[in-house]
Design a protein around this ligand. Structure first.
Ligand code: NAP
Length: 204
């Protein structure tokens, strides 16, 4: 049985914080592979507030190219309608029936899991790895999740990633304001953003 990391996110755009998170989780939890899964239509965001899924998918492919342990999945991009993690996990269980799944995402998103579709089914389908920025109150997060999921405290794991000081929101703001983004994300993704004129105006 292989251990498969599922890196779920909007990745608008993907940056070194995400890549470091995946690599740190891979090493810490002995994952054989990390599958990046860009969301299609995130449930908590208006479609007009996120870049086209194909752009986010292609940026994720470019960013992960050089790491043999990283792959990118289209399951969420190709599924019609709103992206619910329970559907992501069901699809991936079908594709990788023998693997143990670890869903990796930001700590703020993990804290919201109780509000997600089929919240109690989710913890039966995978373990969760919550990635935090430095200084994040992990103890408080652990306590809250423990209180919500009394029978599944061991389903949640935590990893602190200094590079998560980088954020997609900040990168989009920098592009809009004409400030530099180099060294915050892979060069190939910088070129992709420039070539396609992403983040120049509009939403934050
Ligand atoms: P978000 O609300 O945009 O992000 C929350 C925070 O987590 C942000 O600070 C974000 O930083 C960070 N983050 C997001 N993905 C990360 C990752 N893989 N590793 C490290 N940090 C990460 O969250 P989102 O990206 O839209 O959603 C995260 C995942 O949760 C997705 O797979 C989404 O489908 C799932 N989700 C499911 C439901 C549901 O089933 N009802 C609801 C909400 C979210 P950046 O902005 O820098 O990325």
């Amino acid at each position: 049985m292989a251990r498969l990391g599922i890196m779920g996110g909007t990745f608008d755009p993907i940056h070194y914080g995400h890549l470091m998170t995946a690599e740190e989780a891979r090493e810490r939890f002995g994952l054989d592979k990390v599958l990046f899964v860009p969301s299609g239509h995130p449930p908590h965001k208006k479609l007009t507030d996120v870049s086209d899924a194909e752009h986010r998918y292609l940026m994720t492919v470019l960013a992960t190219l050089s790491n043999p342990a990283f792959e990118v999945s289209r399951v969420d991009v190709d599924r019609e309608g709103i992206t619910y993690t329970v559907d992501t996990l069901r699809d991936l269980h079908r594709l990788y029936p023998d693997d143990e799944l670890y869903f990796i995402t930001g700590a703020d998103a993990v804290l919201e899991i109780i509000t997600w579709k089929d919240a109690h089914r989710l913890v039966e389908l995978c373990d969760f790895i919550a990635a935090t920025r430095p200084g994040y109150p992990i103890d408080a997060l652990e306590e809250k999740l423990g209180a919500l999921y009394t029978d599944c405290r061991e389903c949640f794991h935590f990893v602190e990633v200094p590079a998560l000081a980088i954020s997609s929101t900040d990168i989009r703001a920098r592009v809009r304001e004409g400030r530099p983004i180099r060294y915050l994300l892979p060069e190939s993704v910088v070129y992709y953003i420039e070539k396609n004129g992403l983040y120049l105006e509009g939403r934050k």
